[in-house]
Design a protein around this ligand. Structure first.
Ligand SMILES: *Cc1c(COP(=O)(O)O)cnc(C)c1O
Length: 378
């Protein structure tokens, strides 16, 4: 089936009890056994739940893999995945990753002795000097947050495979509509389903996907052991969101491109970060690796920090808020908001200056969005 058809139907069959066309919310902690040692596939919701299973089957179909675990948040997805490693192991991680990811990696390093090297992976070969006998994985986030830098997943996974390392890709920014990391050699894909997959800013959720029986059984074991599983109602909301993923992503991309082109022409904007602009240094990689340029646009304001605060407060449609990927447009300041948990030294090294503003472009009318930015920029 095509991707678009899968967003509507994969994992979701008519309910076996009453034929409900929509997956019911099995809001139950436990399930009655039919006989000693015999149940109907589920015994306790931490280990498995029919609504969660429907979401996991849907995510597998969309990412093109064999196994998925749906968890409480994107950070729970990353926590669960990091539990694959042990003290003494080393991980190489993109240097401009999500703020929460870098914070968690540092905590894991301090508390559990897993060494993390933050490396600029825009050139995949930059990872080579950091590989040693203890290295286990390369953690990739592309496009990156908030600078929309890209990492060539195929190039990274080719180098990783030769050295027996796992390639782990955070695919939150594009969703499987915009990028299919397993086709490019990834071993594990993580998601914050809070963002585009759910798409309506009304749930926090996450998922870890894999393509081997070994990783599948280790991840399922960890979700049950750690208790990071997603709740039935949250799974139902994400399943509902996924049904409109394709139509939403098309509009996000169209609007983001229009906004990026507008900002690119604006005299108060020093630089625009959007992989869909031909001037983006990795525009060719974006065209090769991605099916969509996505809905995230960042820009550097040519002005003082006071002027920047003024812009952030002046927009009426773009709400001043963290997060991304919902139908409504958001504006935020990475240095004091989404990336405040990243220490300033790490932020500067990754090029996330204080003059950068990040937009999550929603699916409102694009002329209204541009007019809002026009009046805020003055
Ligand atoms: C939001 C986000 C996360 C964390 O997800 P939560 O659902 O907020 O816990 C991880 N990675 C990326 C790229 C994100 O945007």
């Amino acid at each position: 089936m095509s991707f678009q058809t899968d967003t509507i139907h994969a994992g979701v069959g008519p309910d076996k009890a009453y034929g409900a066309i929509m997956t019911p919310i099995y809001q139950s902690s436990t399930f009655v056994f039919e006989d000693i040692g015999k149940h109907r596939g589920f015994d306790y919701t931490r280990s498995g739940n029919p609504t969660r299973k429907a979401l996991e089957d849907s995510l597998c179909a969309l990412e093109g893999c064999t196994s998925a675990v749906a968890v409480t948040t994107g950070m729970a997805a990353i926590t669960t995945t990091l539990n694959l490693f042990r003290s003494g192991d080393e991980i190489i991680c993109t240097d401009d990753c999500y703020g929460g990811t870098s914070r968690l990696m540092k905590t894991v390093e301090e508390h559990f002795g897993i060494r993390v090297h933050f490396v600029n992976l825009q050139d995949a070969s930059n990872l080579l000097p950091f590989v040693n006998d203890n290295t286990r994985a390369v953690w990739v986030e592309t496009p990156s947050n908030p600078l929309l830098n890209l990492v060539d997943i195929t190039a990274v996974s080719d180098l990783a495979k030769v050295r027996g390392l796992l390639t782990i890709v955070d695919n939150t920014f594009l969703s499987p509509y915009g990028q299919k990391p397993f086709e490019l050699g990834a071993d594990i894909v993580v998601h914050s389903t809070t963002k585009y997959l759910n798409g309506h800013s009304d749930v926090v959720g996450g998922a870890v996907l894999s393509n081997s029986e070994d990783l599948d059984s280790r991840l399922k074991y960890l979700v049950n052991a750690l208790g990071t599983c997603a709740q039935p109602f949250d799974c139902w909301l994400v399943l509902r969101g996924i049904k409109t993923l394709v139509v939403r992503m098309r509009e996000h991309e169209r609007n983001a491109l229009a906004v990026a082109e507008f900002l690119d022409r604006h005299p108060k904007v020093k630089r625009v970060f959007y992989p869909g602009l031909p001037a983006h240094p990795q525009h060719h990689l974006a065209k090769k690796q991605q099916k969509s340029f996505g809905g995230m646009v960042s820009f550097e304001l040519d002005g003082s920090i006071e002027e920047l605060y003024k812009v952030l407060k002046a927009t009426k449609l773009f709400a001043l808020a963290e997060s991304l990927g919902g139908v409504e447009s958001l504006i935020e300041h990475p240095a004091t908001m989404s990336h405040a948990s990243m220490d300033s030294e790490h932020r500067q090294a990754a090029g996330i200056t204080d003059s950068i503003i990040r937009l999550s472009v929603g699916i409102e009318d694009r002329d209204d969005l541009i007019a809002d930015l026009q009046s805020a920029l003055g």
